[in-house]
Design a protein around this ligand. Structure first.
Ligand code: SF4
Length: 110
């Protein structure tokens, strides 16, 4: 082998390594962005009088807040169902899911 061919082999390996690092960095940046977008897409608003949905159920353990004025519940992502009487008990549900055993969230009263 000549010195020239060793150099070009080394360049080839460096090029592959550089490409692998570039791909890994691309994934590292893209993955959290995609996760954020997916979570943002799950956010939803519900009228506070909505019945039968996890977003307004006293047993739902998801992230939610009552908007000023109390007319709307804004919910993001999924949450645990904490109602032992529900078929979804100890499972994660979306705010737009529900169960026949739904019970109004007390925070919405008053
Ligand atoms: S699954 Fe039913 S009981 Fe459980 S949090 Fe949702 S509405 Fe409430």
């Amino acid at each position: 082998m000549t010195e020239g061919s060793n150099k070009s082999k080394g360049l080839f390996l460096n090029s592959n390594r550089r490409e692998a690092i570039r791909s890994t960095l691309g994934l590292a940046v893209a993955a959290p962005t995609m996760l954020f977008a997916a979570r943002a897409a799950q956010g939803a608003d519900f009228a506070s009088g909505t019945e039968g949905k996890c977003a307004t159920c006293r047993y739902w353990g998801g992230k939610r807040r009552i908007e000023q004025g109390g007319g709307t519940v804004s919910a993001d992502g999924t949450g645990w169902c904490n109602n032992p009487a529900s078929p979804a008990y100890q499972k994660e549900t979306r705010p737009d899911q529900g169960a026949p055993v739904w019970t109004r969230w007390e925070a919405l009263d008053g």
